[in-house]
Each structure stands twice: as C-alpha cells, then as structure tokens.
Design a protein around this ligand. Structure first.
Ligand SMILES: Nc1ncnc2c1ncn2[C@@H]1O[C@H](COP(=O)(O)OP(=O)(O)OP(=O)(O)O)[C@@H](O)[C@H]1O
Ligand SMILES: [Mg+2]
Length: 190
C-alpha cells in the first residue's frame, strides 16, 4: 500500500516524485478535455459542478475565482486547476513568471512548486487578509515595486494577495501579470 503526501493510504500510484498521484493527474486531464466543451458563457457555478464531479479529489476546496478552483493538498501546498481558457493561461503564466522574473520581485509572489497541463501547485499562504488601511497601503507599495522592475501587475487587488509565514504580503494570483508588453495576456485587455 502506497502513501500519498498526506500520509493517507490510497493504494494508488505515486507519480515520479510529484505531489499528485497519477490518478489525480489523469482526472485533471479528463476535466481539461471536458472544459473545452463548455460553452464560453457557461457560469463559474456550472463549471464548478462539472469540475468537482469530474476531478472527484479528496482534498478540501479552499477557494476559487472566476478562472481556477483551488484545493488544499494538506502538506503546506495548494493545487489550482483551470476552470476556463483564461485559467489555463493564468496557470502557465504564473509558472513562467515565477521561473523567469527578476530576483527583486520573486519574494513578493507566491512560490510555484510544480506545474502541469491545466494545473499548478503553489505554497499555501495565509489568506486572512485584514482589509485594513495598512493592507491597502502595502498593496499600493507592492504595485510600485512590480512596475519599478518592469512587471505590469494586472489584476493586483486585495483578494489576490495573502501573507507569508514571515508576515510579508505576497501575490497569490499573478496569472495576469506580464513582463512583456507583447504578452498574450494583454490581448484580453487591448
Ligand atoms: N497560494 C494560496 N494559498 C492559499 N489560498 C490560495 C492560494 N492561491 C489561491 N488561494 C485561494 O483561492 C482563491 C482563488 O485563487 P485565484 O485568485 O488564484 O483564482 P482565479 O480564478 O485566478 O481568480 P480570478 O477570479 O481573480 O481570476 C483565492 O482568492 C484564495 O482564497
Ligand atoms: Mg484571483
């Protein structure tokens, strides 16, 4: 009997050192194939029902946005699965940004640990943001830091930030950030 990262007995195949089991990756692949058949105007609620039934993951859902559903892997990491084409792009973009951004800004974005087709695994952060004036001040300062180092922080807002163990504000959703003015991200806006 094999153990997964939670230490739970699952009797399933571990996957080349990945935090995800092979069955979980296959379930994500099935969902991504189904996702393509969803109508562009299908609501997030409709996609949520479809994704949770198809994935049937044993992890707790810790949140979702318009474009991704987020599971707690229970080992200090979270799994984001795309709900839409934008979600697919956001996952790929976050993996790219984390691996290619300047050292000066990397400490302000949530670390990516693994990335695959339609999914990404990131460090779990404390999302109990206090929505106090001080948080908004920090958010504005953060915006300037990204701009200073040549990154356009599209969609940087309080719902997309959290706190690290050292109590530093970090961006947990930087799927629409761009370091390149020719980025496909900007085609959605311009
Ligand atoms: N690293 C993380 N640690 C803890 N919780 C997270 C993390 N990343 C995301 N979440 C939770 O999941 C929610 C949705 O994540 P995220 O904002 O990345 O999804 P999204 O679909 O891209 O959002 P949007 O609607 O802004 O496009 C967050 O608001 C937060 O509650
Ligand atoms: Mg978000």
């Amino acid at each position: 009997m094999l153990l997964n990262n939670n230490g739970n007995e699952k009797g399933q195949q571990l996957n080349n050192g990945s935090m995800l089991l092979r069955e979980e990756m296959q379930a994500i692949d099935s969902w991504i194939a189904k996702m393509g058949k969803h109508h562009f105007f299908d609501t997030t609620a409709q996609r949520m029902i479809s994704v949770t039934t198809t994935l049937n993951l044993q992890y707790e859902i810790v949140g979702h946005g318009l474009n991704r559903i987020v599971y707690d892997l229970n080992n200090g990491f979270i799994l984001k699965v795309a709900l839409s084409e934008v979600g697919l792009m956001a996952n790929a973009n976050e993996a790219y940004i984390y691996n290619h951004c300047r050292e000066e800004v990397r400490k302000y974005i949530c670390p990516v640990s693994e990335f695959g087709s339609g999914w990404i695994i990131m460090k779990k952060m404390d999302t109990s943001v206090r929505h106090a004036v001080i948080d908004y001040t920090k958010l504005i300062k953060l915006e300037f830091i990204f701009l200073k180092y040549g990154m356009l922080p599209i969609d940087l807002r309080i719902a997309n930030v959290a706190f690290s163990e050292e109590n530093k504000m970090v961006v947990i959703d930087y799927g629409l950030f761009t370091m390149d003015l020719k980025s496909p991200v900007l085609r959605w806006f311009v």
